[in-house]
Design a protein around this ligand. Structure first.
Ligand SMILES: [Zn+2]
Length: 109
């Protein structure tokens, strides 16, 4: 019996000079903050952004933008968040329809 190797594409983003991997997942353990299940999450230590694939593709795009904005805020403030969740939400919702994130996400097969 042979085990079929499933090719897995990997996605990377450069955020202020730091390379973040974007990981689409349905793993609830990767999407928990303070015992709350989220649609997206940034792991600053491992430079990874987790996006729940249990949402509409349009929402995934908005969620990714949301997490990118969190990362920019965090990285530009020496590891502290300065914007509120509401600030981030407003900007992500406003910007998402204008930005094609596939243009800035680098794929590796
Ligand atoms: Zn948020």
């Amino acid at each position: 019996m042979t085990i079929k190797k499933i090719p897995k594409e990997r996605y990377f983003l450069n955020i202020l000079g730091y390379e973040y991997e974007v990981i689409y997942t349905d793993d609830a353990n990767k999407l928990m903050i303070n015992n709350q299940l989220c649609f997206g999450l940034v792991d600053y230590v491992n430079q990874q952004i987790f996006i729940s694939n249990q949402q509409h593709p349009d929402m995934m795009q908005e969620t990714l933008l949301h997490e990118i904005l969190h990362a920019i805020d965090h990285l530009m403030n020496a590891g502290k968040d300065s914007l509120t969740e509401e600030d981030i939400e407003k900007m992500a919702t406003g910007l998402a329809p204008m930005i094609d994130l596939s243009l800035i996400v680098k794929k590796e097969g």
